[in-house]
Design a protein around this ligand. Sequence first.
Ligand SMILES: [Zn+2]
Length: 509
Amino acid sequence: MRTLAVVGRVLEGFDGSGQPIWHDGMVVEEGRVAYLGPHPEERAGPGAEVVEVGEGVVLPGFTDSHAHLASLGLALRTLDLRGVRSIRELKRRVAEKAGELGPGEWVVGRGWDQELFEEGRWPTRWDLDEAAPGNPVVLVRVCGHAAVANTLALSLAGITDSTPDPPGGSIERAGGRVTGVLKEAAVQLVLSAARRGGVEELVREAERAMLSSGVTCVHAMSVDREELEALRNLARSGKLKLRVRAYLDPEAPEPKPESWGTLKVVGLKVIADGSFGARTAALREPYSDDPGNAGVLLADRGALSRLLEKAGRAGLQLAVHAIGDRALEEVLAAAKASGARLRVEHASLAPPDLLDELAELGLWVSAQPRFVVSDWWIISRLGRERARWAYPFKSFLERGISLSFSSDAPVEPCNPFEGVYAAVARGSLEGLEIAELTAREALTPAEAIRCYTETAPKLLGERLGRLSAGYPADFVIVDRDPLSAPAKELRNVRVLATYVGGELAIRSN
Ligand SMILES: [Zn+2]
């Protein structure tokens, strides 16, 4: 393995009081940080590869502590068909994508609306067969409740003229023949076939996006059997450069810790409530804009205790999705009863009594700073008084709660600088009311970057997220110093190159 002499400013990490530790260079040997300080070329000796950082800086690689790889891959691959004006144009776009992907690959699109089509009719399987005869194609309507698939896609999903309608869905027919138009539950038949077809490709697509955003490790959530199989294959064959820590579906048969190269199975993930957007996050008091509704609790303390026990027996961590304060209460009660530590995913609404308890029980929180900007309607959902405790990042840190940052991609873009920006600006540059209401929860760029690098590896007891001597050389070269950049510039920080274990994983041009 080549020795690297990294010439330029290097952020090792942060000291105990959160101050950044800078160096004038770094030497990497055998994939690990060997030296930090001036004149790395001299230290590294002849034969070392010199990496010039130039005007930019080197940062520790980011860990995205909550993302969905296969879904991100699917979202990245999906053809955006919003605003398409005719079936002719639809066909052209499908043919283009099929050419780009190559024969046999699934073409998945979303966003078409037949109301806009100049032909004045719905598209059919025969339209799509003309556009891409050698590719399975499925295009979901703008509403998500209908889709059209071509003949190859229908046959891969096992749909023939004699297939009965699935419960809660319909397979449209004309003169007894399937037209390719699917409604409600029938849409899923073809989408699951699309996912089965190429999970490995989807994971690789997501990996490319993560690496080019500066992410060197992902905590992959809700990994199902197919995604795990794809990750295993990629890790075993040495193709997976991104470090992946997998949290499996709780229904996974006989889950256990496993590890292959860059991949480790470390936990189970369960969902305790819904989301604010859908008004399904479980609240102590009803929604301010829907007085009869306090959301949906999907797992109570009893169910969570049993899962904690199951995870503990298997030697795995438990990660629990809890967005509303009511759901968080149940998580805290379960953790208290069992005395086990667990991760809370989101913890989006955490009033002071629950913050105190989180700190006391030493639970880990994985939060998504970009939600602050995306959930621009949060004050109408929660009312001003409660919304004060939405996404209380500074309060987490002040209480010594382990707070790691993540994207929940594809829900939010996987670029960590979007998250850093949102944690620092909190919607102030978008003019959101929440920015003012929760101004004291804003973080500094250093605090936000620390939550995105150092914290998540710690909760797995891993030596990652810093560039101290002996640590794996997972690092990114960015075009400017984000610690001194003004808030509005943070989202424009560009990643020039990403290294994992001292190897160049991706370079952007
Ligand atoms: Zn998620």
